[in-house]
Design a protein around this ligand. Structure first.
Ligand code: NCD
Ligand code: ZN
Length: 345
């Protein structure tokens, strides 16, 4: 049995760090294992302009523990008022690496997102020209569409028309959760990729709903049926360059999740790599963990692979059940399977 695995330091291509006291409380959890992360812009108010991104990046750097080796890669939040020139300039300077499309109302802090896709045409065309990826939260918000179908419907109704109208647009389907999403990305040519989270590789909708409602398993897109989880696992372990890790680690204080209207998000920064190693090992695919966690995303984002390396050892990981923050405790995601791999310090 394999006891140690050394891989290039991984990147997290979808991370929520929040701001202020929450940022200070959770940042070390990502910086410990990941060399870089694409930082999601859904703050309140959102990170819309280059100036917003520059200021947020400074706050992240200031909150880093001494000696940390972690580079935040910034993204902008696409609104109907976004200025294409500002986006192009920020990308040209290397300040931003993506623009994030949230359909208005689709998820946490998405009220400033896009309602009328025609109003963001100019920005999207500019992004296609300069090769800047559009990261999409792939769910429709039409109240008529069942929440379990919202990703599949988004592909047809929103994503396909945008891509058909914008040849060359590079797209990342964020936190893909369905068979349909995986198939769409697989058939989509060189300009499309998808991130996959550790939690969607671990749980299906039974974990969320059987035997009681479990708010710490509630996230968006919501976990689907087991056959969808299996499709995600197959994509993640395939080694195909178009699938890579984006944890979507999304901290919320327990009081906000354990509520009559609990908010969406799973906090996986402390154990994401242990979960991945477990799942890849179960599938006999540990040898492809590096592609998923450290190589494929860097290639898609046209960045060098990290120089540093991490070693995973076959030893149950130690991490707290909750992280204390000024806003209250944040529960670490429970993958519902025993974990046997830790990242050596
Ligand atoms: C994210 C959050 O809390 O910001 N929540 C989630 O369930 N994934 C937002 C998002 O990525 O959808
Ligand atoms: Zn997210």
């Amino acid at each position: 049995m394999c006891e140690r695995l050394t891989i290039a330091r991984p990147d997290d291509w979808h991370l929520h760090l929040r701001d202020g006291a929450m940022l200070s409380a959770v940042l070390a959890e990502s910086a410990r294992h990941f060399a870089r992360a694409l930082i999601m812009p859904n703050l309140l108010p959102p990170v819309v302009t280059a100036a917003d991104a520059r200021a947020y990046r400074e706050r992240i750097l200031a909150a880093l523990p001494a000696g940390a080796d972690f580079t935040p890669l910034m993204s902008l939040y696409l609104t109907e008022e976004t200025d294409a020139e500002d986006v192009a300039r920020a990308a040209g300077e290397g300040l931003i690496h993506a623009v994030k499309l949230y359909p208005a109302g689709a998820t946490t802090n998405s009220a400033s997102g896009v309602r009328d896709f025609d109003r963001v045409r100019g920005v999207i065309e500019c992004m296609a020209e300069i090769g800047l990826p559009l990261c999409v939260h792939g769910e429709v918000t039409d109240p008529e569409v069942d929440i379990f179908d919202r990703e599949a419907v988004f592909l047809e109704r929103v994503l396909e028309p945008i891509r058909a109208a914008t040849p060359g647009l590079r797209v990342v389907l964020e936190h893909v959760t369905t068979e349909e999403g995986v198939a769409y990305v697989r058939e989509g040519g060189a300009d499309i990729a998808a991130t996959i989270t550790a939690h969607h590789l671990s749980i299906n909708r039974n974990h969320l709903l059987v035997g009681g409602i479990r708010p710490h398993y509630y996230c968006l897109p919501v976990a689907k049926r087991e056959r969808h989880r299996r499709a995600l696992v197959a994509a993640a372990i395939s080694g195909e360059g178009r699938f890579f890790l984006g944890t979507d680690s999304a901290p919320h204080p327990d009081h906000a999740k354990e509520s009559a209207c609990g908010c969406a998000g799973c906090f996986t920064a402390p154990n994401a790599l242990s979960i991945l190693a477990e799942i890849f090992e179960r599938e006999g695919a540990l040898g492809r963990l590096e592609a998923f966690a450290s190589l494929n995303g860097a290639a898609f984002y046209r960045l060098p692979v990290n120089g540093g390396r991490i070693t995973l050892t076959r030893q149950p990981p130690e991490y707290p059940e909750k992280i204390e923050t000024e806003q209250g405790a944040v529960t670490v995601f429970d993958p519902a399977i025993p974990l046997h791999w830790s990242v050596a310090e």
